[in-house]
Ligand binder design. Sequence first.
Ligand code: NAD
Length: 274
Amino acid sequence: MKKNFKNYYSAALITGAAGFMGIQHALALLELNLYLVLVDKDFGKLKKTKSRILKTFPNANILIFKCDICNEKTIVSIKKKLDKLKIFVKVLVNNAAIDPKMNSIGKGKSGSVEDYNIKNFRKEIDVNLIGAFICIKVFGKDMAKRNQGSIINIASDAGLVAPDQAIYHPQENIKKLKHFKPASYSISKHGLIGMTRYIATYWGHKKVRCNALAFGAVKKNQSKFLIKNITKRVPLGRLAKETEYRKSILFLASEDSSYMTGQVLVLDGGRTTW
Ligand SMILES: NC(=O)c1ccc[n+]([C@@H]2O[C@H](COP(=O)([O-])OP(=O)(O)OC[C@H]3O[C@@H](n4cnc5c(N)ncnc54)[C@H](O)[C@@H]3O)[C@@H](O)[C@H]2O)c1
């Protein structure tokens, strides 16, 4: 790999890289011939992610770090380690998030506003918003100094519209609903889009771009009724495949989007158009 900026290697740092979608972003960004810096609080899963990537791309340059993105000191120490290795984070993907689990068919209640546990709410906002801001603060500052960089905030269709709670009931009977999509997720993703606009205008003159990517639901192991209910609300009539966002990550990270900042790229099968 060539050093190309004042003797520094360029890198893409992905937070929450050990999760379901993290590896997809990593595989996309390999196309830009960047170092990959993968961070997550789950180091075991992170090691597995690295091995999975190396199996297909044995020459990929990958560094992994265990970290809690809410801990500014840890993020600063990762930055210092990268500095020593002459690695510059040119692309930051704020992907880590807590999507609070809800029990969509079990007994009891979950996610209701009336009973929401405020301690959980604070933790969820801490990771989804403040953690992303800390990474922007630490790595974006360096991008601004070097007058280049792209920040990609992973939002969601739930950052553009409120969740339609009816999908979480088999017969879509909102009156019988016991399990709700928790407030913190949608609220934090709306906030992340606000942060995207703020940072885009704050550092535009420094040639640091900041955009959000709003995904729709990806097919994984959702219940049959949930898939059916979501599908009805998506004009393209299906959930996304996990590989379907790769090109959009690549687009936002690369010079192909050189005149784009402060925007939300929406890939949701059309769900938020009606
Ligand atoms: N999967 C989907 O259907 C979908 C849809 C729309 C948007 N998104 C968004 O895409 C992103 C990735 O989703 P995913 O499905 O891969 O989620 P995931 O839960 O599989 O992965 C999230 C990762 O973040 C890590 N993480 C959580 N808190 C952390 C912290 N404090 N510090 C460091 N790492 C932390 C977790 O360990 C996990 O590996 C999220 O921002 C999510 O909101 C996902």
